[in-house]
Design a binder for this molecule. Sequence first.
Ligand SMILES: [Zn+2]
Ligand SMILES: [Zn+2]
Length: 417
Amino acid sequence: MDLKAPRGTRDILPVETPAWQYVEQSFSSVCDRFSFQEIRVPTFEQTELFQRGVGDTTDIVQKEMYTFEDKGGRSMTLRPEGTAGVVRAYLENGLSSEPSPQKLYYILNSFRYEKMGKGRYREFNQMGCELFGSEEPTADAEIISLLFLFFRELGLKEINLKINSIGCPKCKPAYLDQLREYLRPQIHELCENCQDRFERNPMRILDCKEDAENEIVKNAPLQLEHLCSECEEHFASLCAELDNLGFQYEIDGHIVRGLDYYSRTVFEFISNNVGTQGTICGGGRYDGLIEELGGLPTPAVGFALGVERLLMELNSQNIVLPSVKGPDIYIVSFPDTINQAAKICFELRNNKIKAENNLNARSFRAQMKYADRIQAKYLVVLGEDELKTEKVSLKRMSDGEEIELDLADLAEYIKNN
Ligand SMILES: [Zn+2]
Ligand SMILES: [Zn+2]
């Protein structure tokens, strides 16, 4: 057999999962303190949800979706991101009539048929938050402060917040016209991607990586300079709120985000770390999305964060993450004590102790070797004598020190040492 994982997917092996669990639990813990509640949504949805909810003009919908026809002839798509499904669930399950704002978070895998690259996968993992039902800048600041706390608790340094406003349906169309006017005579000097985006999504040209140093892009008019008075006031209040919370940030008119549905606030957390420079997390406000998907007009703000990217950053900043931990104790047994060993092992587990015993009918020597390889903290040998006297000798593997104990005190001792 010559079966391999599909291109763009990867196995997360036991040696890595402790770090994943740590990051996910840290995220859940911060979300919980901000009263965000976890939601879990399906891996695939009707294709139309993403066409409407991510946006027909985006690269994701145009080029990157895993779309298939199911056996009933319906067009289905593996989710390319989390927000559209969460909004669909919010509407379908009547969460919109629960107390407002609704604060939801998710940890999920997503699928995009993308060009492969360092840290880029076609199945990847995201964590994100959605706050539905508040248009106040304090809601934007709440989302951002959650991220500040999360990164702080992980011990991340060298990351900067950049914020921008990309306007609303009132001020955006006129600005986009102006941007197109400015770009039209010189668009052929920009990259192929930019030419492709000129008609359908010209704002994306502002954050083109390839043309970032091009004077045409650098000197382009920015939405930030053409906001309506409401958007201007919203953005000023957000900045004031971030100042109030004591957060450092930079205003950057070239931050635009890729999805169609963003309005007003957009932000990115960016790493300055050599070797892993770039965006760690992006988010913003999308006041039009819920209505677009069939709900009443409901303001919304949120973010998504790639777990693979985050782990890469933690590693490159030399932050020590939890690794595989061996059992607290390994019980060595003999053919005539193996059943008693299994019973004691179960009792220890019942006492919340991580215990292992001989599952392979291994010899005495092989068991000693195995206990060492799996990095057991303690080892105990259970022979006829030990069972008769109900006393054991507990050996600490790190230094070989042995202590005599009553069998009955074993659990208590391990718990306290
Ligand atoms: Zn506006
Ligand atoms: Zn370009």
